[in-house]
Design a protein around this ligand. Structure first.
Ligand SMILES: Nc1ncnc2c1ncn2[C@@H]1O[C@H](COP(=O)(O)OP(=O)(O)O)[C@@H](O)[C@H]1O
Ligand SMILES: [Mg+2]
Length: 360
């Protein structure tokens, strides 16, 4: 299977339930809303995107016009939706929210657009999944604040131009590579979201712990941050699991030993790997001598869908420097052997693992 064949929807229900999934889970929206930063100043990390966005917004405010359209791109859980809402609140404007998959027909988008008031922010999440006819309508709307609504069918069909008030589109995507060129070109500003450092995640956790009234000490905070895969959504979720443990099995205070014991229960190891991640690495190393091996073969070995292995496990294993995607298949790096408590490979599968990690 090729990377581009994949959608970013969770491949299986199991992946959706995993404590370390970066995708929002069932019933998580409400608590996420409570924890969302409301202003740019409240938004931790992403110094580059924050500064760039601040300039875009401030300059538009001074000129008294709606700012350029904004595209936010990056992996799930890094704060794209939060930033979109912040754009609207910093501009003191209403936000209308929809998503690529919801815009199946051009008419769906036309309805959204014709309901906008001047200066409103239109947020389209997962914008790379927008249907073609809606996308083409969006070009004109973004550029000329106009849409052509086609009425009727066949030879009698006529197109009626419809003016729409100037607005700002904020698009979010986990796969900017899947966006068509013409759509990408119509955004005046693209913010590329990066994974968070442990220090930044500690700040996120301090803020969340205060909001949720959880007694998380500095050492405990550092430990949760280290295991959160650079992702605020995961940090916030692990924080809630730690709270549960602290309340039920301890005196409510999340100290370092409490955090460690809690994360042990949820199978989150020191580097933020879960059971499936370790199974994938274990199979790669033990059954296939460190690779190279195809992702489908690897998936069969751990009893999972190839999509889950590819979308849920691999991105973090690659980023953590434990797995490399090479043209010949997946390869375990020295770090993977080490993490599993094994010696270096006797025969590294004929692939130089150091240079192999440069692929992808
Ligand atoms: N920079 C940040 N500062 C504080 N909390 C954040 C930040 N980014 C994300 N979060 C938290 O992580 C959760 C997921 O963020 P979200 O904006 O929904 O991510 P995305 O849309 O990129 O998947 C939010 O509920 C919010 O609490
Ligand atoms: Mg989002």
């Amino acid at each position: 299977m090729h990377d581009d064949d994949l959608d970013d929807a969770p491949a299986t229900a199991a992946a959706d339930e995993a404590p370390l999934s970066a995708v929002a889970q069932h019933g998580e929206r409400e608590v996420e809303t409570a924890l969302r930063p409301r202003t740019l100043a409240d938004f931790v990390g992403q110094p580059r995107v924050r500064e760039q966005l601040q300039l875009v917004l401030e300059s538009a405010r001074r000129r008294g016009v709606p700012p350029d359209h904004v595209l936010l791109s990056g992996p799930p859980g890094l704060g794209k939706t939060s930033l979109a809402m912040i754009v609207a609140s910093e501009l003191d404007r209403a936000i209308r929210i929809t998503s690529g998959p919801a815009l199946e027909k051009a008419g769906d988008l036309a309805a959204m657009l014709s309901n906008l008031a001047e200066g409103d922010v239109l947020f389209i999440d997962e914008i790379h999944r927008i249907a073609r006819p809606a996308e083409e309508m969006l070009y004109l709307a973004m550029e000329d604040f106009r849409v052509d609504v086609v009425v009727g069918k066949g030879p009698g069909a006529t197109s009626i131009p419809l003016e729409i008030p100037p607005f700002t589109l904020v698009g979010a995507t986990t796969r900017s590579g899947a966006l068509t060129g013409p759509l990408r070109d119509r955004f005046g500003f693209t913010g590329q979201m990066e994974f968070y450092s442990s220090g930044e995640l500690e700040q996120v956790l301090a803020r969340s712990a205060a909001i949720l009234d959880i007694a998380l000490d500095a050492e405990g905070r550092a430990e949760v941050a280290r295991r959160s895969r650079g992702t605020p959504r995961i940090a916030n979720r692990l924080l809630r699991r730690v709270r549960d443990y602290a309340e039920v099995r301890a005196d409510g205070r999340a100290t370092l030993p409490v955090v460690r014991a809690a994360l042990e229960v949820y199978d989150v190891d020191e580097l933020g790997l879960d059971r499936l991640d370790r199974a994938v690495l274990g199979a790669l190393v033990r059954s296939f001598g460190g690779g190279p091996v195809g992702v489908s073969t690897l998936a069969v070995a751990v009893g999972e869908e190839p999509g889950t292995v590819e979308e849920v496990c691999e991105p973090y294993l690659v980023r953590a420097g434990m797995l490399a995607r090479t043209p010949r298949g997946r390869v375990a790096t020295g770090l993977a052997w080490e993490h599993l408590g094994l010696g270096p490979p006797a025969e590294p599968g004929g692939v130089d693992v150091t240079s192999a990690s440069l692929f992808d």
